[in-house]
Design a protein around this ligand. Sequence first.
Ligand code: DC
Length: 229
Amino acid sequence: MKKITIAIDGFSSTGKSTIAKQLANALEYIYVDTGAMYRAVTLFALRKGYIDEENFSINDLIANLDQITLQFKYNEQVGFAEMYLNGENVEKEIRTLNVSNYVSKVAAVPEVRYQLVKQQQKMGADKGIVMDGRDIGTVVFPDAELKLFMTASPEKRAIRRYKELIDKGDDVKYEDVLRNVQNRDYIDSHREDSPLRQAEDAIAFDNSDMGLKEQFDRIMNLAKRTIEA
Ligand code: DC
């Protein structure tokens, strides 16, 4: 059967990765969460002290980008590939609110984007891939056969993220999560390099009031039609 590239972009916490994982499993495609790559670079910058509340030594980060090795390794127990930073499993640490608070600044650095986009394009060179992020349909794979753009209200997204973090045992406040979602929306959509925007040929999906099952069924139908076309 023909293999295609599926690009899923959209605002943070719109459930992109949940739907992308399900789709990849059903189609037996590779799934790549590009947000995890930007998060891992952010964790590296935090650990090295290149970024904190007051400062961001962009030049130090750029000078040391070659010290970063990112890998996805499939974990059968969880059913998806986890993020490794220089050989260490950082899947949990990259999802904390602390990393979320800095990631948009790191993701706005053109040199960081250049390196990560190159790696992403390599991963998808043979198609048969579902990739989610902010610039997949616009920059990474402008020729993707199927492009989706996910949206939902900031409040709905903050509630989803808040529940996820609380379930993981993180001590967070809903107001802080909402502020983080809104800040990231702003920075991600207003940065100069590859801002978040809907590709002209992307199909928009507002899932504020849509259950997971309905969403999956609709998107799976779109994928099947595209593959058979
Ligand atoms: O999808 P996520 O929330 O894990 O992404 C984390 C951040 O990384 C997000 O605020 C924007 C950035 N990002 C990006 O700029 N480009 C991508 N392709 C993926 C994520």
